[in-house]
Design a protein around this ligand. Structure first.
Ligand SMILES: [Zn+2]
Length: 285
């Protein structure tokens, strides 16, 4: 890409320093202010809950997840978009649609983590279009609060309200959870009725970095089974995607949703556990 990696790293750091002191919003216009990595993360290996109220039988239900068009010889990458539905969702869907028409042998998908407060009559068509294209809808909570500050009752309300708002689109009562800012505590994991999805690759696209840096964050760190954090609402992300999807294809990858990747790789995701990757099970590498 045009911008050397070292400059990308510098721009990333600079944007982080500036935005760390930006005003903090919650609700429909929320924005990220912190790239601090969550304290609790794991790979496929399930992170044990400190409480024991959940049993080993609590797995993510993936019977209806379609993996029929995932090519078994391809490496998989799960692209995820937070803070949806926002201003670029229609464009993101259009990029995927165009890519899929050109690559019908290995169609791409993604997981869109939605804030319930952002689902309005105006944004409903974009969410419906994303669902129609086969995107998975995820739960990014109702108001994008820092979940580490909420009570157990508030946590459950933040999650359940968004689940209910997503139901009309995908007819699923429960959705994979992504915590705003990646802030995770045992209380959050206790409140979750589904697996919690963290990330392996952080593009930092929300900081306003150029598309080349977003591209390079994915390109330089791509790995089979990795989960990539991106955001809806940033035009540079859309521009990066236009180049990323065909280049990933040429490199032997297929972009899929988190649930598709877990199912195709034989990973049974557990409720309340945190995942940054879903690596292929039963095979080395
Ligand atoms: Zn967010």
């Amino acid at each position: 890409m045009l911008i050397p990696l070292k400059i990308c790293a510098f721009l990333n750091m600079f944007a982080y320093m500036v935005l760390s002191f930006s005003p903090f919003f919650v609700g429909g216009s929320s924005t990220h202010t912190n790239t601090e990595k969550p304290a609790i993360t794991s790979n496929y290996t399930a992170y044990p809950l400190s409480s024991s109220f959940k049993t080993d039988d609590d797995y993510w239900q993936d019977e209806d997840v379609d993996v029929s068009r995932i090519q078994p010889n391809r490496k998989l990458l799960a692209l995820t978009f937070d803070d949806a539905p926002a201003s670029t969702l229609e464009e993101i869907v259009a990029v995927f649609l165009s890519y899929n028409q050109a690559h019908p042998d290995a169609p791409a998908s993604a997981t869109i983590f939605c804030n319930g407060a952002r689902i309005t009559p105006a944004s409903t068509p974009a969410v419906a279009a994303a669902t129609a294209l086969g995107f998975e809808l995820g739960n990014h909570t109702q108001h994008h609060y820092d979940l580490s500050t909420l009570t157990q009752g508030q946590l459950q309300q933040e999650i359940e309200r968004t689940d209910k708002l997503l139901y009309p689109f995908d007819k699923r009562h429960l959705h994979l959870l992504r915590a705003p800012y990646g802030r995770l505590t045992d209380e959050v994991r206790l409140a979750a009725k589904t697996p919690i999805i963290d990330w392996f690759i952080d593009t930092n696209d929300w900081t306003g970095i150029p598309e080349e840096c977003i591209y390079d964050a994915v390109w330089q760190n791509k790995a089979d089974g990795a989960i990539v954090l991106m955001h809806d609402g940033y035009p540079h992300t859309v521009d990066a995607l236009k180049q990323l999807l065909p280049d990933l294809y040429e490199a032997g990858y297929q972009a899929v949703s988190v649930s598709q990747m877990a199912k195709a790789h034989g990973c049974k995701l557990k409720v309340g556990c945190v995942y940054t990757r879903a690596r292929k099970q039963g095979k080395k590498g």
